[in-house]
Each structure stands twice: as C-alpha cells, then as structure tokens.
Design a protein around this ligand. Structure first.
Ligand code: SIN
Length: 485
C-alpha cells in the first residue's frame, strides 16, 4: 500500500464489529482506489447481511449499560475521541485525500469539522432536559427524553469523516448505539475513526463499522431488522426514498440528508467581489461534489456581465490535480461514471444553446478529472437547472426582478441550502422567507458548522444534524402522568 502515515495502524482493512477487527464471513474484499491516480490503495473486507445482524445484536447489548451511564461519562469518552482526531489530523487527512480525492487543505478542514461534532455533542449530551407540565392538584405531568434505541447509519463518499461524526456523536452522546455502513469508495476514513474510537474507550459493540461492496445486503438488514429503531442517511434523494420505503414495515424513525439544487441569488445591489468569492467557494468546494454546492447561479441583469467576467477569470486560475500535491486547488471527480454524467449535462446544455465561458471538456489529466466549467446563455429547461450537477460546473442564469428570482429558486423539488447576495435589508427578509429551503446564507456561503441545524425541506430530506436541534433526532419523548397525589 502506498499511503504513508505517521501512524500506520490507522490503516485498517477489516470490518469493526462488536469491538473486533474481522474479515467478512465469505472472505470477500473490495478494492479502494485513489480517484486521482486509479491506484489500488487497499482491499477492504466486504460484509453482508449476517455480519450486519451480528453488529446490530452487539449494539443492542452494548447500549443497555451505555444508556445507564451518567451523561458526563459518555461525554468524557467523546471528548477523548475528539482529542485523538486532532492529534491524528494529518493522517486522517492523508487517508481522506487518498481515497476521496479532495485537496489536502480541504481534507484537513474536514477533519476539524468532523472533530467539532465530537466536541459539540460531548457537551450538548449533558443538556438533555425534560419538562414538568402545568398539572392539577392530584397529578403531575412530566416529559422525559430517552435515547431512541439502536441506530443504523449510511454515509456518503463526499465527506468521508464529518458525515459520520455528525451522526455518531449525537447518537452516542444521548445513550444510543450505532452501526455504520460507510460508502464503498471511502471506507478507510471510517475505519480509522473506529480505531480512534476504540483508543478513546468506546465500549465494544457500541459503534460498529460495516464496509461492503454489497450495499443492498447491509442496507436491507439495517432497514428490516426490528432492533434498529432509527435509520440516518446522507446521500442521494433516490436512495433516500428507497430507504424510507424499506423502513416503513418496522416504522423506524428516519433522518434523511438528501440531494440539493442550491441557488446563489446575486442582486444588482450586492457587493460584487463578495458575491463572486462566495459563489466560487460554494460551487467548487470538493470539486462541486457537495449537497450544498451552488448548483445554479442566478444573477440579476444589471450585474450579470461583470459577475460572469470576474467569476470566469477566477475559475481559469484553478489548478486541478492530485489532491495529495500541495499545489492542487481542486481534485478529481469520484468516478468515471460521475465524470460522464457531468459531461452529459454540459453537452445537453450546449446542444440547447449554452455558451462555454471556460472548461466544458473532460480534462487531459485523466478519466476522473473534469475541467472547471462556467456556462452562460443557460435556461430553465436545461437539465442543469432541474438536476443536481455534483461536479465543477457553474451555469449562470439571468433574472430581472426579485419575484422572478424567488420563483426560479423555488422551481425545484429540492430545498437544502440557498444563498442570497444583496445589501438591501428588506430584500434580505423577503427573499429569505420566500424561498423554500432549510438553510439560507445571506452574503455568505460558508454556512456549515457544528453549531447550526443542517438539513433540508421538500425532497432534500427531513431532520436536522448538528446544533442543539441535532440531539432531537436521537431522542424519544415520553410523557409520564403521576396521579392520585
Ligand atoms: C454535504 O454536502 O452533504 C455536507 C456539506 C457540509 O456539511 O458542509
């Protein structure tokens, strides 16, 4: 294996079930490749339904004593896990860039972001309060919060660390156990997290990691097993809908963080430099492979030409390449199929009359790279208006009035993140309230952190992650009536 870490014991290729590092029952493995080079980084154990069931049984057993601990004791373990993530930040970042492709500076940022959920929920888990309701003389009505039960989590490849900690930390903080299936493209980051969790003192069984090339076997067991009380998923809307259907038979709670189609609305009165900088960061972060990436740049007619000129000039300065090289500003796209899908959307737009300001081609760097692209003369009937692009392509649409901008922003089944650039305070409120999204960034696109409620409306999902609201997704509300006083 060509990955060089300070601590090579963070490189794990077995599944982690009930506190043991194990191969899958059949001995099957799958390849994990570096998307920048195509090199095989590791052959990782591939588990199926039987191993998943064993992990769920172990979780149920482990949870019995875990939920009985004082919140402070659970918090201490999460705090240790947080510190270990910081101590091993460089190794976690190298692993992430090697298997996912994002530039090292983005991976380091993601490790810090991921660790911040450990710290936040270590604290927040101590603040699970109940209520005493207004009562009559002979009775008291009380509300308590209890852990929802064994949680199953399925996480994506675009954030191989933070999307895990954003689920695992709140679940463990309130007393749940959790079994995780990481994306097949990026299991190494998940397994390294499990190793650090073990070192932090997470009891056996409480957190299992199930790498697999057979998503439907693991997902099928997670969604049908009655011991699992909740499923939390980050990924595409299509897969999310399927998982919700599968969870219906056992009426599981679900949290879904699904696809987006984020507009960045830039009004004539906006600060042009700030709008360009914000749109660039949002659009091209992780080479356009985030659910909250700007998908559509909606720019008012008075500022449109100046915006396109500045934005395109900045995109031309990007240096795409292998994320492990410090000079790389933007990495590869995760798979060849993803590159083909991105190019198909661009080609369809060009066919319908779009103008390529820059890019618009497969890159000479190899089959996983796509040239950072800017398109103008784009219209609402093109696929890249309706569909999530999930790649480094920015279509810049023109609008005339505020009403038109709001209508365009809402003309989608998605509703995750949105962004507005304006210096008119009244407009800030009108637009923020008028667009149907779970999150609105005003004059700002870097909106994610552990303290905010991350989540969407419409077909972008349900539930919130991070913040004080993120605990609710792992808690049940119980009403106790004490009568005959
Ligand atoms: C995502 O795109 O799914 C997560 C992005 C973030 O947390 O900032």
């Amino acid at each position: 294996m060509s990955i060089q870490l300070k601590d090579n014991s963070l490189l794990k290729t077995q599944a982690y079930i009930d506190g043991q590092w194990v191969d899958g029952d059949t001995g099957a493995t799958f390849e994990v490749r570096n998307p920048a080079t195509g090199e095989v980084l590791a052959n990782v154990a591939s588990v199926g339904a039987d191993e998943t069931k064993r992990a769920i049984d172990a979780a149920e057993k482990a949870m019995a004593s875990w939920k009985a601990l004082p919140a402070k004791s659970r918090s201490d373990i999460l705090e240790r896990w947080y510190n270990l993530m910081l101590e091993n930040q460089d190794d976690l970042a190298i692993l992430m860039t090697a298997e996912q492709g994002k530039p090292l500076f983005e991976s380091r940022g993601e490790v810090m972001y991921g660790a911040s959920f450990m710290k936040w929920f270590a604290e927040e888990g101590k603040r699970v309060y109940g209520d005493v309701l207004p009562s009559t003389a002979d009775r008291r009505s009380i509300v308590i919060k209890q852990p929802v039960g064994v949680v199953a989590a399925i996480t994506p490849w675009n954030f191989p660390n933070a999307m895990i900690t954003r689920k695992v930390a709140p679940a463990l903080a309130v007393g749940c156990a959790i079994v995780l299936k990481p994306a097949a493209e990026t299991p190494l980051s998940a397994l390294a997290l499990a190793e650090l969790g073990e070192r932090a003192g997470v009891p056996a069984g409480l957190f299992s990691v199930l790498p697999s090339a057979n998503a439907s076997a693991v997902g099928g067991e997670m969604t049908s097993n009655p011991t699992v009380k909740k499923l939390t998923f980050t990924g595409s809307t299509g897969v999310g809908k399927l998982l919700i259907k599968q969870c219906a038979d056992t009426v599981k709670r679900t949290s879904m963080e699904l696809g987006g189609n984020a507009p960045v609305i830039v009004f004539d009165d906006a600060d042009l430099d700030k709008a360009v900088a914000g749109a660039l960061t949002s659009k091209y972060r992780n080479s356009g492979q985030t659910c909250i990436c700007a998908n559509r740049l909606l720019v008012q007619d008075g500022i449109y030409d100046a915006f396109v000129e500045k934005f395109t000039a900045a995109v031309k300065e990007f240096r795409i390449g292998n994320g492990l090289e410090e000079s790389t500003t933007h990495g590869p796209v995760i798979t060849e199929k993803a590159v083909a899908d991105i190019h198909a959307k661009v080609a369809a737009a060009v066919e319908q009359g779009a103008t390529v300001e820059t890019g618009g081609q497969l890159s000479e760097l190899g089959s996983h790279f796509y040239e950072p692209t800017v398109l103008t003369n784009v219209t609402a009937d093109m696929p890249l208006f309706k569909e999530e692009i999930f790649g480094p392509v920015a279509p810049v649409f023109k609008f005339g009035t505020e009403e038109e901008a709001i209508a365009m922003a809402n003309d989608t089944e998605f509703g995750l993140a949105s962004y507005v650039y304006t210096n008119d305070l009244g407009r800030v409120w009108r637009v923020s309230e008028g667009i149907d999204y779970g999150m609105v960034g005003v004059n700002e696109t870097a909106i994610s952190s552990e303290i905010i409620p991350f989540g969407g409306v419409k077909e972008s999902g349900q539930g919130r992650e991070g913040s004080k609201y993120g605990l609710d997704d792992y808690l049940e509300t119980k009403y106790i009536c004490i009568g005959g006083l």
